[in-house]
Design a protein around this ligand. Structure first.
Ligand code: SAM
Ligand code: DTB
Ligand code: SF4
Length: 341
């Protein structure tokens, strides 16, 4: 396979990233907007739809997640959905204007017996002309190769927070486990989608470390989801935020995080992911100005509520934004490698 060359800086230092965060807000957003328009059409936002194809009962203990078997939430565990039911949902998403269909499973990792159905789903969604993305937990090199062969376009696997905070949020796997799966995905030739969550009571230094970890991967993720924690009652972090409301992230700091992601990873799609449902239109507008250019559409994420198509249509009309055509994204994004010198 041809080696893909990093086309943007992957040698950011923590100090440089901290300095970006420290800029005045107007200067930071101005710089991010400039980088955004040098690489993308700033009026276009990619629309993706999410579907939980296997919900709840997950053996991992991620402190934010409603689907962990260790959390005390209302989420009911289900089996992997039927292939046909998934394809039906994908067709509906396409009718609603989505160009990418993202599927999530509450697994630590897929079992080998799950792989034939997963492969059928990827092939089926691709045949409809949509981009496919999956997030299934940790992958072995062999599983990553199977997904690549089926035609999977993207694999989502988040680093979630800084390496030093990781063990406070999740104890059932390590930061290195995450890096290993990202490596397997990249080596299989699948585009990487990796980001994380802010608003988990972390410090500014953690946010610096989180962006630093992403921006210094051997190659920037093609897509970087920035989630704002959706606090879920019965999860350790949801309960922590309910007890200490002051730990909630400030909107301006959230926009700063988006802006720093845009500046340090100029060619990546920066996705304003979970948390939009409780975000004001003004904050979302600032995120788009600061370089966010992808969202999840619809009323539901995996288990948590999302902003909803009606609200998004109104917001897009107010802001003069439009959906990004799939072929446009292909042209503007780092997913298309340049030949090595
Ligand atoms: N089990 C797989 C995994 O962990 O990689 C895939 C599904 S998991 C739900 C995908 C991502 O959703 C997590 O890495 C996390 O970033 C995000 N997420 C989960 N719960 C969230 C919450 N309550 N608020 C914000 N983001 C959340
Ligand atoms: C990502 O970073 N955000 C999406 C997607 N990848 C799979 C998931 C958000 C989940 C929000 C909580 C929930 O719906 O349970
Ligand atoms: Fe499981 Fe993923 Fe939720 Fe963690 S984030 S508990 S791995 S579904």
């Amino acid at each position: 396979m041809i080696e893909r060359m990093p086309m943007t800086r992957v040698d950011w230092t923590r100090e440089e990233i901290a300095e970006l965060f420290d800029l005045s807000f107007t200067e930071l957003v101005f710089r991010a907007a400039q980088v955004h328009r040098e690489n993308f059409n700033p009026d276009e936002v990619q629309l993706s739809t999410l579907l939980s194809i296997k919900t709840g009962g997950c053996p991992e203990d991620c402190g934010y997640c409603s689907q962990s078997a260790k959390a005390d939430t209302d989420v009911k565990a289900t089996k992997l959905m039927d292939v046909q039911a998934v394809l039906q949902a994908a067709a509906q998403a396409k009718d609603h204007g989505s160009t990418r269909f993202c599927m999530g499973a509450a697994w630590r990792n897929p079992k080998d017996r799950d792989m034939p159905a997963i492969v059928q789903i990827v092939k089926g969604v691709r045949e409809m002309g949509m981009e496919t993305c999956m997030t299934l937990g940790m992958l072995t090199p062999k599983q990553a190769d199977m997904l690549a062969e089926a035609g999977l376009d993207y694999y989502n696997h988040n680093l979630d927070t800084s390496p030093e905070r990781y063990a406070e949020v999740i104890t059932t796997r390590s930061f290195q486990d995450r890096l290993d799966t990202l490596d397997n995905v990249r080596k299989a030739g699948i585009n990487v989608c990796s980001g994380g969550i802010v608003g988990m009571g972390e410090t500014r230094e953690d946010r610096v470390g989180f962006i630093h970890a992403l921006a210094t991967l051997p190659e920037h993720p093609d897509s970087v989801p920035i989630n704002a924690l959706v606090p879920v009652k019965g999860t350790p972090l949801g309960d922590m935020l309910a007890d200490t409301p002051l730990a909630k992230i400030d909107d301006i700091e959230f926009v700063r995080t988006v802006a720093v992601a845009r500046i340090t990873m100029p060619k990546s799609m920066v996705r304003l992911s979970a948390g939009r449902e409780s975000m004001s239109d003004g904050t979302q507008a600032l995120c788009f100005l600061a370089g966010a250019n992808s969202i999840f559409t619809g009323d539901k994420l995996l288990t948590a509520p999302n902003a909803g198509d009606d609200n998004d249509a109104k917001l897009f009309a107010r802001l003069g934004l439009k959906g990004m055509p799939a072929e446009q994204r292909e042209k503007s994004c780092c997913a298309v490698p340049e030949p090595a010198e």
